[in-house]
Write a protein that binds this ligand. Sequence first.
Ligand SMILES: Nc1ncnc2c1ncn2[C@@H]1O[C@H](COP(=O)(O)OP(=O)(O)OP(=O)(O)O)[C@@H](O)[C@H]1O
Length: 232
Amino acid sequence: MQKIELQNLSKSYGNKDVLTNLNLTLEGNRIYGIIGENGTGKSTLLRLISGLARPTRGSITVNGQTTAEGRRNQIAYLSDQEFLDGFSTLGYQIQFHEKMIPGFQTNRVFEMLETIKLPVDRKVKNLSKGHRNLFNLVLTLANPAPILILDEPLSGIDTNKKEDLIQLLSSFTLDEKRLILFATHEYDEIEFLIDGLLIIRGAEVAYFTEDLEEMRIEHGKTIQQIFQEVNQ
Ligand SMILES: Nc1ncnc2c1ncn2[C@@H]1O[C@H](COP(=O)(O)OP(=O)(O)OP(=O)(O)O)[C@@H](O)[C@H]1O
C-alpha cells in the first residue's frame, strides 16, 4: 500500500515561512488533489515530498523511505516548468525515457499519443503549449513508480482533452494500485476525479479529507464550496 507521511514539516525561504508544521498521512490507491490560492506552497510541498527541495524542519517518509534519494525512487514527478529539449522529437524523448527509467511503459505512451493524436516525428518545440503539457504528462504516467506527483497537470489543456486526461488519470490508479497527488486550480474539473482533498492556506493545512465522497453525500458540498468556506 502506498503511503506518504509528513511529520512536523516546515519550509522557509529566508524569513518567509511557506509551510509550517504539517502533519499528514496520505495513503492507499487514491487520487488526492491539493488546492490553494497562488503562492500558498502547493509546488513547494510537492517538491519537498519528491526530494527536490529540503525541509527546513520535520520529516517526510514515502513508502518507508526517508532520504531524498530513497523517496525519488518511489515517485514519478511532473513539474509545472517545461523540462524537455525542444529540438528533439517526441520519438527521441520516448526512447530516452525508455533508456533512463527501468520498466518505462513505452507501449502505453504510444497508446496515449494515439488517443490524443500527437505524431511521434514532431519536434517538441513545434507543439503548442497545451500539447507539450500533455506530452509531459503522458511521459510521467508511463513511469512505473508507485506514486505520481503532478504539479498542475491540467493547465493549458483544452476542456475536451481534459476529459480524456481525467479518464487516463483514474485508469492509472485503478488498474495499477498507485497513489496520485496533484496540485491544481481547476476545481470544477476534478470534482469527480479525486478521492481526497487537501487545502493549504496561511502556510498550514486548512482542510483535509481522504474521503471527499462522504462530504459530498453527507453535506452535499462541492470542492468550490469547501474551498470558499475555508478561505472566508
Ligand atoms: N526557490 C525559492 N526561493 C524563494 N522563494 C520561493 C522559492 N520557491 C518558492 N518560493 C516562494 O514560496 C511561496 C510558495 O510558492 P509555491 O510555488 O510553492 O506556491 P504555489 O501554491 O504552488 O503557487 P501557484 O498556485 O501560483 O503555482 C511563494 O511565495 C514563492 O515565491
